[in-house]
Design a protein. Structure first.
Length: 88
């Protein structure tokens, strides 16, 4: 499972989301957390169709996107969404 944060350096909400994802990942031992900064990698942001930061994308182990949301989530929200990425 991959938890991706799409962020921007001037985004205060992105820093809070980064912390939430780190906390959530403690409960998801197989999860990988990655971050894409829209200023440093605009092509990746465009390919992901990002129009707001922060955006959280959760992918299952085969790379299929199972969840996407903008704004600052809570740890319980991330964990609930992450269930969609677990094998059946």
């Amino acid at each position: 499972m991959e938890l991706t944060l799409v962020s921007s350096s001037f985004c205060g909400a992105c820093a809070r989301t980064r912390s939430v994802l780190a906390d959530a990942a403690r409960f998801l031992p197989d999860a990988t957390v990655t971050e894409i900064d829209v200023a440093q990698d605009p092509d990746a942001a465009e390919a992901l169709d990002i129009d707001h930061t922060p955006t959280v994308i959760i992918r299952d182990s085969s790379g299929v996107e199972v969840f996407r949301a903008t704004g600052v989530p809570t740890v319980p929200q991330v964990l609930t969404a992450a269930v969609k990425a677990l094998p059946a």
